[in-house]
Ligand binder design. Structure first.
Ligand code: NDP
Length: 246
């Protein structure tokens, strides 16, 4: 496969780091964003120790202006963005009858409005060059819903509508648009859940364990490959079989 320029949002997180590494291992030039200077420095030092050299650009994906500036900076450093992985995300859980508007708004802004903010500045270039790969990291809970996650499930479900619409609009232009929906993966996001709840979740998963970030990254690498040109508007459930029997 040719070497491409990839932008992975939230690349400093658990799943994002694995995606950055996997895309670099496939020969791509990889950039990601950061918000905290301090965290970015520590992350980059760790990546260098692991043998990786990623381009870091400052930007909060909830801001359309920062997202656009972030994309332009990547273009300046590495060239036009061919691969976009919309991975940045947060949870602010709570039952809906007690949910605040900021819990709702923060989650919709970070997980869904960010997808508009970052994809909008890259899509025109992809259309002109007639090649592109856009992947949204959604969630098992965007498909089946989850107690205490009306905000998160709404945002992640919204990604699917976005994906299949964008896939249709760009299908004849060499651009594929897909979602990957992870189940429960052992990252900070899930490790913040109390241990007894995690044990119960793991027991519900047919494979009997949480996923590894690398197992999500593998699906992303598969979808960005040149040979995946006929896979568009699809969703890949990567969850140890957790989706069976809903
Ligand atoms: P992490 O919390 O480990 O990483 C999240 C990343 O997103 C961090 O790099 C974080 O940066 C970044 N981020 C958050 N908000 C913003 C923002 N406003 N602007 C820019 N960057 C931001 O989470 P995971 O790796 O676990 O999750 C990655 C994706 O996978 C998310 O979309 C999540 O919803 C999804 N997912 C995760 C599952 C899991 O089990 N872990 C299951 C299903 C889906 P910062 O350090 O600055 O906060």
């Amino acid at each position: 496969m040719a070497s491409r320029v990839a932008l992975v949002t939230g690349g400093t997180g658990g799943i994002g780091t694995a995606i950055c590494k996997r895309l670099a291992d496939s020969g791509h030039k990889v950039a990601t964003n950061y918000r905290s200077e301090e965290k970015a420095k520590a992350w980059q030092a760790q990546m260098k120790a692991d043998g990786y050299d990623f381009t870091l650009v400052k930007g909060d994906v909830t801001s359309p202006d920062e997202a656009e500036a972030m994309v332009r900076e990547v273009e300046k450093a590495l060239g036009p963005v061919d691969i976009l992985v919309n991975n940045a995300g947060i949870t602010r859980d709570g039952t809906f009858h007690k949910m605040s508007s900021s819990q709702w708004g923060d989650v919709i802004n970070t997980n869904l409005n960010s997808v508009f903010n970052v994809t909008r500045p890259v899509i025109e270039g992809m259309r002109e060059r007639k090649w592109g790969r856009i992947i949204q990291i959604s969630s098992i809970n965007g498909l089946k819903g989850q107690y205490g996650q009306a905000n998160y499930a709404a945002a992640k479900a919204g990604m699917h509508g976005f994906t299949i619409s964008l896939a249709r609009e760009n299908a004849k232009l060499g651009i594929t648009v897909n979602t990957v929906s992870p189940g429960y993966v052992a990252t900070d996001m899930v490790m913040a859940v109390p241990e007894e709840v995690r044990a119960k979740i793991a027991a519900d998963i047919p494979t009997g364990r949480l996923g590894k970030p690398e197992e999500i990254a593998y699906a992303v690498a598969f979808l960005v490959d040149d040979q995946a040109a006929w896979i568009t508007g699809s969703n890949l459930d990567i969850n140890g079989g957790h989706h069976m029997g809903w």
